[in-house]
Design a protein around this ligand. Structure first.
Ligand SMILES: Cc1cc2nc3c(=O)[nH]c(=O)nc-3n(C[C@H](O)[C@H](O)[C@H](O)COP(=O)(O)OP(=O)(O)OC[C@H]3O[C@@H](n4cnc5c(N)ncnc54)[C@H](O)[C@@H]3O)c2cc1C
Length: 403
């Protein structure tokens, strides 16, 4: 394999590997603050083969700006189904969910980052890194595109490369070891629109340890299954689900299949060691996903904001150890209840158990719990929150003279 010569080395403050939501958001944040950024993704087109349904919860679309046309019609009704197709309907007075048009969103964030000066290298794969002996804490990153290796000099490597992060392994940071898998088909409506709803199905066969879903905002409809990979075949389960449960609810004549999406979703809680002096992890690479709901989009935005603070401090002070303030330990408490509930879901193996679970949720305290799970205005811990541990981290970044 050919490689560029050392005198031609390009140099960036930060090299971000992965242009999913976490990498894109961080690229925009950093470049807007004057940090020079190279964003790298192995995909040619960042809007293709998207790795999410794209359901954003209320707190996310209330707290962050979304470009026009990047969110579908709000959904405020949820229907939960038991294995025997008993129904529990929940309605919120507020818009609770919006399905992202992820290609529109990703392209818009990339355009912003480019405007702020970030460079984007598509169709290029992270191929490892070594410490740069000529720069304190710096690295030489190897990126391979069409058989040619590019060596790039950087102060910080940011791993935004998803659940099986190669950057995490390369930097010797923690890696995800617990996950479920999700697989879905996306349909658009050829005629008119339907009432926006989120249908969630409890089922040992279709969704062992998670749910099957129909997320329908009237124009776009996502039909999917998720669960522990050792307990089902997602592709076979999805075909059966579409032909049975989904067929009872949707008029297939009105729907045109446009794509399928799928992948692993980390559910072990945020990893502890997500930074060293050479780099850090964000998004799925950091395990920043709710172990209960498997929602990872809000954490992509909030944890990336936190990471950006640490990277800005690192580049302004030239003190590599500032990055060590960015640690998963400080979020541990926030994940403990959800991890217990996740362990409970793993315990459910048979439909009769899900039926009991559904009956419990249909009782009046159960409905309160269900409303809390679906409608609570919650999110990944905010960086600016008053939690004393996170405050200390931000203060130590401030003390480094960076903000
Ligand atoms: C089927 C499914 C449905 C989901 N639905 C929802 C939902 O509705 N709501 C929600 O909140 N969460 C959902 N999640 C979780 C959420 O989508 C993820 O947590 C989130 O998208 C993670 O974003 P990310 O940027 O960290 O990683 P990704 O989106 O996975 O992006 C990683 C990027 O890194 C690139 N990459 C990987 N390796 C390399 C390499 N070696 N070199 C160069 N580039 C590389 C990939 O091409 C990719 O573009 C879902 C997950 C799945 C799998």
């Amino acid at each position: 394999m050919r490689s560029n010569s050392p005198e031609k080395l390009r140099e960036f403050d930060a090299v971000i590997i992965g242009a999913g939501l976490a990498g894109l958001h961080t690229a925009r944040r950093l470049s807007a603050s004057g940090v020079s950024v190279l964003l790298v993704d192995r995909k040619e087109d960042i809007g293709a083969r998207v790795h999410t349904t794209g359901i954003f919860v209320r707190k996310t679309f209330e707290d962050f700006d979304f470009p026009e046309g990047s969110l579908g019609i709000p959904i405020s009704k949820v229907v939960l189904y038991s294995p025997l197709m008993r129904r529990l309907e929940l309605e919120s007075p507020a818009p609770e969910f919006r399905i992202g048009r992820m290609d529109v969103l990703y392209r818009s964030i990339l355009a912003d980052a480019n405007r702020f000066g970030a460079e984007f290298l598509n169709g290029a794969r992270f191929a490892g890194s070594v410490p740069d002996r000529s720069r304190k804490g710096g690295s030489l990153v190897r990126v391979e595109k069409k058989g040619v290796i590019d060596n790039i000099r950087t102060r910080v490597i940011i791993g935004a490369d998803g659940v099986g992060s190669a950057v995490a392994r390369d930097l010797g940071l923690d890696t995800n070891s617990k996950w479920i898998v999700g697989y879905e088909k996306v349909f658009t409506r050829s005629a008119g629109s339907a009432e926006p709803r989120l249908h969630c199905f409890l089922s040992a066969g279709f969704a062992p340890g998670y749910i099957a879903w129909i997320a329908d905002d009237g124009k776009e409809c996502h039909v999917g299954v998720g669960g522990y990979p050792d307990r089902f075949d997602p592709s076979e389960a999805l075909s059966r689900f579409i032909d049975s449960r989904a067929a009872e609810i949707l008029d297939r004549n009105d729907l045109t299949e446009t794509e399928s999406r799928g992948g692993r979703i980390p559910v072990g809680g945020i990893l502890k060691r997500i930074a060293n002096k050479r780099g850090l992890l964000i998004g799925d690479a950091a395990g920043a996903v709710s172990p209960l709901t498997a929602g990872g989009l809000d954490p992509c935005l909030r944890l990336s904001d936190f990471a950006a603070e640490a990277v800005i401090a690192r580049t302004r002070t030239d003190k590599p150890k500032v990055l060590l303030n960015y640690s998963g330990d400080i979020f541990e408490k926030d994940f403990s209840t959800k991890l217990i509930m996740r362990a409970g879901l793993r315990f459910l193996k048979f439909d009769f158990q899900y039926e009991w679970f559904f009956r419990a949720l249909s009782s009046s305290p159960g409905r309160m719990l269900a409303r809390k799970i679906f409608f609570r205005r919650s999110s990944f811990p905010d960086v600016s929150s008053s939690d004393p541990r996170r405050k200390r981290v931000l203060e130590s970044i401030d003390a480094a003279g960076a903000r």
